[in-house]
Ligand binder design. Structure first.
Ligand SMILES: Cc1cc2nc3c(=O)[nH]c(=O)nc-3n(C[C@H](O)[C@H](O)[C@H](O)COP(=O)(O)O)c2cc1C
Length: 412
């Protein structure tokens, strides 16, 4: 009988070192789950967000239980070639800003390495953006537009894995085909990524076509790789976090949009918008923050109140100084407190709309539900998820030792 020989994937030429050689070059650099544990086994992760996951916002998010934050994406080439002022603006951090992962976009391995070397002091890892679907990424050939060029992706990650003092991680999108998605993630892992974030949407799922992330594909990746995986997509409420962990088996959950509209998401607290805005403005008094970032955050936090109070909307539009933004925040707080019937608000008894979404008053931090057709699709999915969660709960009661049970007892 002939024993079938398992064919191993050919080692790419740009892998100039073996894993053993890399380990002896960087004896203290941590891999995979050792890295994950060193940074506190984070389950609640703030996503990289251009112009929005800046230092001040990371400080606010951490106060509400964010356990790991990513910086906004930085263009490696611009960063490396820039002056000190630009570098400071793009990479703003402090001693308490940990754990933090600095995200870059790039298409040139040397340039990526040069840029990454500039942040090794204050960062826990460097992440490669393989998910950006914007036209600017198409023109610049980076982000999700590298998904057709696995060779280049492998070279970018490998360059850091063989040469950078801190670990490299990657944030990917999925393909329509689950097998291809899994092969892709395995390639990213083989190149040297020590943690992988899977945004469960296709490259085309953006703008009005954003729709739902596919947790089944995230689960397939999680089952196929050996490094920690973070799931990204479909987190609207605190309860979705646990559901996502249970459905996908991931090590942590990353949120972008909902974190912006509700920075207290990870705490499970249901809070008024003005409380979060006031805290953010207090942080901005201490931490110099670009006005365009502040404006973006205030617009999002008060998204549901500004159409009601159009004069205040005008005030925010006209703001030009830190004092102006501060004054706006105070004025809207006064207005909303006058209007809101805070004492009669009971977060445990919230009505749901016809799609199953919670009907919070406009002055409560809540996720942005943007598209009617998404709502319809999400509703079906949400009902399925809830049914699935109930099933899981029953299973958990029976099996005391499941991972999900353990997670439940650790304030996710
Ligand atoms: C304002 C904004 C800026 C973003 N910037 C980045 C970025 O710099 N890098 C990145 O990988 N993804 C970026 N994204 C995508 C998010 O990280 C995330 O993958 C996506 O929004 C899906 O997560 P969500 O469903 O929780 O919003 C951005 C998203 C938003 C809303």
């Amino acid at each position: 009988m002939t024993i079938p020989v398992k064919t191993l994937a050919a080692i790419p030429e740009h892998f100039t070192m073996t894993e053993d050689e890399i380990r002896s070059k960087f004896p203290t650099r941590l891999c995979g789950y050792d890295l994950y544990r060193k940074i506190g086994s984070p389950k609640l992760v703030v996503a990289p967000m251009v112009d929005q996951s800046e230092l001040a916002w990371r400080i606010l998010s951490r106060r509400y239980n964010a356990q790991l934050c990513y910086t906004p994406m930085i263009n490696a080439k611009l960063f490396y070639q820039a002056n000190k002022g630009y570098i400071k603006e793009q990479w703003q951090t402090n001693d308490n800003d940990r754990p933090v992962i600095v995200q870059f976009c790039a298409n040139d391995p040397d340039m990526l390495l040069n840029a990454a070397k500039l942040v090794v002091e204050g960062a826990d890892a460097v992440d490669l953006n393989l998910g950006c679907p914007q036209n600017i990424a198409k023109r610049g050939h980076y982000g999700s537009y590298l998904m057709e060029d696995w060779d280049l992706i492998s070279k970018l990650i490998r360059k850091l894995h063989e040469n950078l003092e801190i670990p490299v991680t990657a944030k990917i999108r999925v393909y329509p085909d689950v097998e291809k998605t899994v092969e892709y993630a395995k390639m990213v892992e083989a190149a040297g990524a020590q943690m992988i974030t899977v945004h469960g949407r296709l490259r085309d799922q953006r703008g009005h076509k954003t729709g739902l992330a596919d947790w089944a594909k995230i689960r397939a990746v999680k089952e196929a790789v050996n490094v920690p995986v973070f799931a990204n997509g479909n987190i609207l409420y605190y309860e979705d976090i646990q559901r996502c962990i249970e459905e996908t088996g991931v090590d942590g959950v990353m949120s972008a949009e909902t974190n912006l509209y509700n920075p207290a998401l990870f705490s499970g607290k249901i809070l008024p918008t003005w409380k979060l805005a006031t805290e953010y403005m207090e942080i901005c008094q201490q931490v110099p923050t670009k006005f365009s970032y502040i404006r973006g955050h205030l617009f999002k936090l008060f998204r549901n109140s500004l159409p009601v109070h159009t004069d205040l909307r005008q005030q925010l539009v006209a703001a030009e100084t830190l004092e102006d933004y501060d004054q706006f925040t105070k004025d809207i707080e006064t207005r909303l407190i006058e209007e809101a019937n805070v004492s009669s608000f009971d977060p445990d008894h919230i009505e749901k709309d016809e799609h199953g979404y919670r009907k919070y008053p406009h002055w409560i931090c809540q996720p942005a539900l943007r598209f009617e057709h998404d709502k319809q699709r999400s509703h079906t999915k949400r009902l399925l998820n809830e049914a699935e969660a109930d099933k899981q709960k029953n299973n958990n009661t029976i099996n005391e030792n499941t991972d999900s049970k353990r997670l439940k007892s650790t304030a996710i």
